[in-house]
Design a protein around this ligand. Structure first.
Ligand SMILES: NC(=O)c1ccc[n+]([C@@H]2O[C@H](COP(=O)([O-])OP(=O)(O)OC[C@H]3O[C@@H](n4cnc5c(N)ncnc54)[C@H](O)[C@@H]3O)[C@@H](O)[C@H]2O)c1
Length: 288
C-alpha cells in the first residue's frame, strides 16, 4: 500500500441507521461516490428515501464556492456491490458479533489496499481487525451525532493498524470537513469516556429526585454552557445505544458508576429509544 495513496474511489457505508445516514450524507456532499449496504431490501429502500430527502435539502444549498460537486449515491442490500470501494465505514448496531461477521466478509471481499473502518463507539478495533485477512488496514473512524454538524472524528489506532492507514483515514476525515484526532483503541476513546459517565449520573440525579429531567438539562445548559443537556443528548444518541455504550465502558473498567441507570433500561424496554422513536426522556414531533 503506497504511503500517501488518497481515497478517490467509492466509499462504502455499512448500515442503515442514524449514523450511517449522516455519514453517507456528508460523504456525498463532499464529492465521494457512496455505496450503502443495508441488510434488507426494505431497509435499503427506506434508507434511500431518507438520505435523498436530506441530500435534496442540503445539496440544494450547495454554493459555487463549496467544492467539489456532490458524488453519486447508491443503496443496495447486496454486500458484493461494495467490492470496488477504497474505504468502507461500518456503522451497524453496537454489538461485537454482528460487526465481526461483517468484517470477516468485507475482509475477503475488498482488495488489500482498501481501508476497513468501524464507527463503533466503544468496541475494540483490534478485535474487529483480528477476523480480517489484512488487519493492518482496519481502523476506527468515530463520527459524532449529528454527523453533518459535528466537527470531530476520532481516528482509532489498533495495535495492528498501519501508519499509512491512519494517515489516509485522517485525510478522508479532513476531506469531509472534519477535524481528526488519533486515539488509542480504548473503550470510549476520548469523548465517550468523558461524556457517558456524565449522562448516567444525570439520569441517576433524576431518579433520586434531585431535579426533574428538564431542570437537569437546563442546569447543564445554563450553568456549564453545554449546547444541550445530558438527557436530550441521550435521546439524540439513542437510549439503546447509550445503554450499550455504558455496558461496554462498565465491563472494561468495572466502575459501578457506569452500570446503566434503571430508567435507561425501562425506556429501552418500552421502545422509547429517543429521537429516532419520537420519544425518550422527552417527546419529539418528528422521528429521526
Ligand atoms: N448514535 C450515536 O450517537 C452514535 C455516535 C457515534 C457512533 N455511533 C455508533 O454507530 C453505530 C450505529 O449506531 P446508530 O446510532 O446509527 O444505530 P441505529 O440503531 O440507528 O442503527 C443500527 C443499524 O444496524 C442495523 N443492524 C442491526 N443488527 C444488525 C445485524 N445483525 N447485521 C447488520 N445490520 C444490523 C440496523 O438495521 C440499523 O440499520 C454503532 O456502532 C454506534 O455505537 C453511534
Amino acid at each position: 500500500m503506497a504511503a500517501t495513496t488518497p481515497i478517490n474511489g467509492p466509499v462504502g457505508v455499512v448500515g442503515s441507521g442514524t449514523m450511517a445516514a449522516g455519514i453517507a450524507e456528508v460523504a456525498v456532499r463532499h464529492g465521494f461516490d457512496v455505496v450503502v449496504w443495508a441488510r434488507s431490501r426494505e431497509s435499503a429502500a427506506r434508507f434511500e428515501l431518507r438520505v435523498r430527502e436530506r441530500l435534496s435539502r442540503r445539496v440544494g444549498q450547495h454554493s459555487a464556492r463549496e467544492s467539489p460537486p456532490p458524488g453519486s449515491f447508491v443503496v443496495t442490500s447486496d454486500l458484493a456491490q461494495l467490492e470496488g470501494c477504497d474505504l468502507v465505514i461500518e456503522s451497524i448496531v453496537e454489538l461485537l458479533e454482528p460487526k465481526r461477521v461483517l468484517f470477516a466478509q468485507l475482509g475477503s471481499l475488498l482488495p488489500p489496499s482498501a481501508i476497513l473502518a468501524s464507527n463503533t463507539s466503544t468496541l475494540s478495533i483490534g478485535q474487529l481487525a483480528q477476523v480480517t485477512e489484512h488487519p493492518e488496514r482496519v481502523v476506527g473512524l468515530h463520527f459524532f451525532n449529528p454527523v453533518p454538524r459535528m466537527e470531530l472524528v476520532e481516528v482509532v489506532r489498533a495495535l495492528q493498524t498501519a501508519d499509512e492507514v491512519i494517515e489516509r483515514a485522517s485525510a478522508v476525515a479532513r476531506r469531509l470537513g472534519k477535524t481528526p484526532i488519533v486515539v488509542a483503541d480504548e473503550p470510549g476513546f476520548v469523548v465517550n469516556a468523558l461524556l457517558f459517565p456524565a449522562i448516567n449520573a444525570a439520569v441517576r440525579l433524576v431518579e433520586r429526585g434531585v431535579a426533574s429531567a428538564e431542570d437537569v438539562d437546563r442546569a447543564m445548559q445554563l450553568g456549564a454552557h453545554h449546547p444541550m443537556g445530558p438527557l436530550a443528548l441521550a435521546d439524540l444518541v439513542g437510549i439503546d445505544v447509550t445503554v450499550a455504550i455504558l455496558e461496554r465502558l462498565w465491563a472494561a473498567t468495572g466502575d459501578p458508576g457506569l452500570v446503566p441507570a434503571p430508567t435507561l433500561r425501562r425506556l429501552v424496554a418500552a421502545g422509547r429509544l429517543g429521537r429516532k422513536a419520537g420519544q425518550g426522556f422527552f417527546r419529539y414531533e418528528e422521528r429521526g
